[in-house]
Write a new protein. Sequence first.
Length: 278
Amino acid sequence: MLETRKKELTKIAYELRKAAVTAVYSAASGHPGGSLSIAEILTYLYFEEMNIDPKDPAKADRDRFVLSKGHASPAIYAALALRGYFPVDDLKTFRQVDSVLQGHPDMKHIPGIDMTTGSLGLGISAACGMALGAKKNGIGNRVWAIIGDGESEEGQVWEAAMFAAHYKLDNLCVFADFNGLQIDGPVAEVMNPAPLGDKFRAFGWNVIEIDAHDLDAIEAAVALAKATKGKPTAVIATSTKGKGVSYMENNVSWHGSAPKQEQYEQAIAELDAAIAAI
């Protein structure tokens, strides 16, 4: 990736973080930690890779994206707003009664959302169906999804993994956000899903392991996924929960907590400083 483009995308990723934190702060509720950990992945997909059009969100040949870890909705809403699907100011209505921006993604009311998610394991299963449908209908689009490491404790994830390999869904790529923490604590202590890569390989997937915050690594993984034929791809993306906000990083208490005013101001100041340093 050209250094100039990498800097542009890095800035977008931090703007995405600012927007996600602002949404959670405005609602006084939400899930900031796991939203911040997927900023670079969403940035690369929405601003570099996917065949999408904010002016025609329902175009038939668009690439699909499914946020299976639906509680990280502030991140996907931020990506959609920054990409032009709806005004950025709408993020301040997150989780409010009259807002379409619910706590979990809603495909009926939010432009750009391809699947309603929230119940963990549901999204990856839907992504499999989308990928199979695209193959049967001869549409050359791709399906991208993000699951959580805690989510991978769900049996439905592995039913979907078996399904995708059986039907050779090489138009499907799933990123596993491996930040090591879930609502009840470290995933290694709650119900250890590691080694995720070996498990997906055993289910017949092409597996790539990367740093979730390295745009070059994300670009290379996407290229390899697109070049792989006959099997789906799982990208095990090791990340930092709460990435970019010092007091949120690797702190499980920020899985589902909203910052107070002073904390919010500190978060925005730190993110602004990171942008200025790029």
